[in-house]
Design a protein around this ligand. Structure first.
Ligand code: PGA
Length: 307
């Protein structure tokens, strides 16, 4: 037996996800790299760990037992790392976050200083849409979530950061018909929407509904970045969060189209479950956020004030 820790980690991820593709995604590896690791691991056993039925991979009973043992080994490896750091008096462990898609332009600035101070912290940040972020929080899969619309009817504790502003955005070539005012601006505008479950979409639909905006041509794209690229390419217009378009506005690749009632303002907030027992890492992060948030906002988001 001569397997590596890497092979163990890869095999465990395949067993957990039941898929080479998903394991590769979760480990940020290519599919061929994962397949090779699996093959090298399998070569050390006479009994199959997996079997392929059609295009699906299944873990055999033997594989399941091995996966269970591997999980214990990985657990022990984390324990060794943690003990080493504890011995050196450092904060160690995982910080798990889920952030909404435009939160990826916000959260890293609040994490950078903290992670630099505590090198023993392993950060995991999932970037998805609002519905999935709230699901992860409810399922207790993360310590904190970053949203800009705090969920109603769900008991959470929160720390407000700064305003999220959403404007109608078009590309540099956008030439709107003259003389149109208010909701008329939207006439004939192809609008790009985010996918169902997105908070931005929810906000945009509410605005359209409450302003009686006429029937619009629609496109639907599944991430903020995809919407931005589509607007840049001239495919349409969208109501977008200002944080995600900073550079494009500076470079004059995108423009804000002034419309009555915009920007829509929501509030970037860090939220967590009130009854959650925060880990020492999560507690330290919350303390850091309470102490440093104003300074970080002033240093990193001062550009925001001009809009
Ligand atoms: P979204 O969320 O990424 O789901 O659009 C944005 C938000 O909650 O503000």
């Amino acid at each position: 037996m001569n397997y590596t820790l890497n092979q163990l980690q890869v095999f465990l991820k395949i067993a957990e996800t039941g898929s080479i593709t998903k394991a590769a995604e979760a480990l940020h590896l290519s599919q061929p790299a994962v397949s090779i690791q699996l093959k090298n691991f399998q070569d050390q056993f006479d009994i199959p760990l997996t079997e392929l039925v059609g295009r699906r991979i299944y873990i055999t009973d033997f594989g399941k037992e091995i996966a269970e043992a591997v999980e214990n080994i990985i657990h022990q490896v984390h324990a060794i790392n943690n003990k080493t750091l504890a011995y050196k008096g450092q904060l160690f462990g995982r910080l798990k976050m889920a952030v909404v898609s435009t939160g990826k332009y916000v959260m890293p600035y609040f994490l950078a200083g903290f992670i630099e101070q505590h090198q023993g912290i392993e950060l995991r940040m999932d970037v998805t849409n609002r519905a999935q972020v709230i699901d992860s929080l409810m399922c207790n899969e993360v310590d904190f979530a970053l949203v800009s619309i705090v969920p109603q009817g769900l008991k959470v504790d929160s720390l407000e950061l700064f305003q999220n502003k959403l404007f109608l955005i078009g590309n540099a070539d956008a030439r709107l018909k003259r003389g149109r005012k208010g909701s008329e601006i939207f006439k004939d505008l192809p609008l790009i929407f985010r996918e169902k479950g997105s908070g931005t979409r929810q906000t945009m639909e509410k605005f359209i509904e409450s302003n009686d905006i006429p029937a619009l041509k629609r496109l639907e794209l599944a991430s903020n970045e995809a919407v931005k690229q589509a607007v840049l390419a001239g495919l349409g217009y969208s109501i977008m969060s200002l944080v995600g378009v900073k550079n494009e506005l500076y470079n004059n690749d995108l423009q804000i189209i002034p419309v009555e009632g915009l920007p829509i303002k929501t509030m970037w907030s860090l939220i967590w479950l009130p009854n959650k027992k925060l880990s020492p890492v999560a507690n330290a992060f919350l303390e850091y956020m309470r102490e440093e948030k104003s300074q970080i906002i002033q240093n990193k988001f001062d550009w925001y004030e001009q809009y």
